[in-house]
Design a protein around this ligand. Structure first.
Ligand SMILES: Cc1cc2nc3c(=O)[nH]c(=O)nc-3n(C[C@H](O)[C@H](O)[C@H](O)COP(=O)(O)O)c2cc1C
Length: 236
């Protein structure tokens, strides 16, 4: 199993440990984990040139930094997005990376392989807001086309992992076991549900009307999606 993890922070705090709890239970001789840490792996924010949408992602001024992340996401069976809650949202540094991947949203150029993957969104907060972060992270996975998305959020009542109480950790361990088991069952078997199919078909009808850029349109045409093919029934 190939796993790609996008960490919304550099340090190994509560969010990192929560993510690790799940990853440890998925790890085995057949597991390869690729990790990216923000902002080290994507330091530059989007400059709003729109070149990724209009001319192709290779024309982004930060294309060299985005490419390895995008390729690792394409190769993964499981994609993990994780971030501590900062003022009721994900960290700014993770949002910077996710902005750069906007061209992969369903209206534009979703990667065909995304429609068979499993996603996991993880967040911790001290008191409240972790659920809002995983909701936002899950939204990215959904708009990339990922069909099976798990959420793991916790209000840990602590500023640091060392301060998280033993009882709390035990409860989190139990949830990690269940989450890992559910993910393992879906790897290689995930297929889009009604919501993803519905969005895909709406986007297809808009592409047929030429609503999006010629670059986006060419992507849909090249994949045969405008001729009735779908990325889940007719994988590239
Ligand atoms: C800038 C900043 C903003 C924060 N905002 C919130 C918040 O809105 N709600 C909350 O409950 N905790 C908030 N916290 C606390 C962290 O979310 C919490 O301690 C979290 O578990 C830290 O995860 P980490 O150890 O992975 O960094 C904030 C912490 C920082 C540094």
């Amino acid at each position: 199993m190939k796993i790609t993890v996008l960490h919304g922070q550099m340090h190994q705090g509560s969010t990192y440990h929560l993510t690790k709890m799940v990853l440890d239970r998925l790890s085995g001789p057949d597991t390869a984990i690729r990790e990216f840490f923000m902002p080290k792996d994507m330091p530059a924010p989007c400059v709003g040139c729109n070149r990724c949408f209009l001319e192709g992602e290779e024309n982004c001024p930060q294309a060299d930094a985005v490419r390895p992340v995008a390729e690792a996401l394409e190769e993964a069976d499981l994609i993990v997005l994780e971030s501590p809650c900062y003022v009721f949202g994900m960290t700014g540094q993770l949002k910077i990376l996710l902005d750069h991947l906007g061209y992969r949203w369903m209206p534009h150029r979703p990667h065909p392989k995304m429609f068979r993957k499993v996603g996991l969104a993880v967040s911790t907060a001290a008191g409240g807001g972790a659920d809002k972060v995983v909701k936002a992270l899950a939204r990215h996975l959904f708009f990339w086309g990922v069909p099976a998305i798990h959420r793991f959020s916790a209000n840990v009542q602590a500023a640091k992992w060392d301060e998280v109480k033993g009882e709390k950790r035990k409860k989190l361990e139990k949830r990690a076991v269940c989450t890992a088991a559910a993910i393992r069952r879906q790897i290689g078997r995930a297929r889009p549900g009604v919501k993803t199919c519905f969005l895909f078909y709406i986007m297809r009808s808009m592409h047929k009307k030429g609503v999006f850029s010629p670059t986006d349109h060419a992507h849909w045409e090249r994949n045969g999606w405008l001729d009735g093919k779908t990325p889940w029934k007719d994988p590239a």
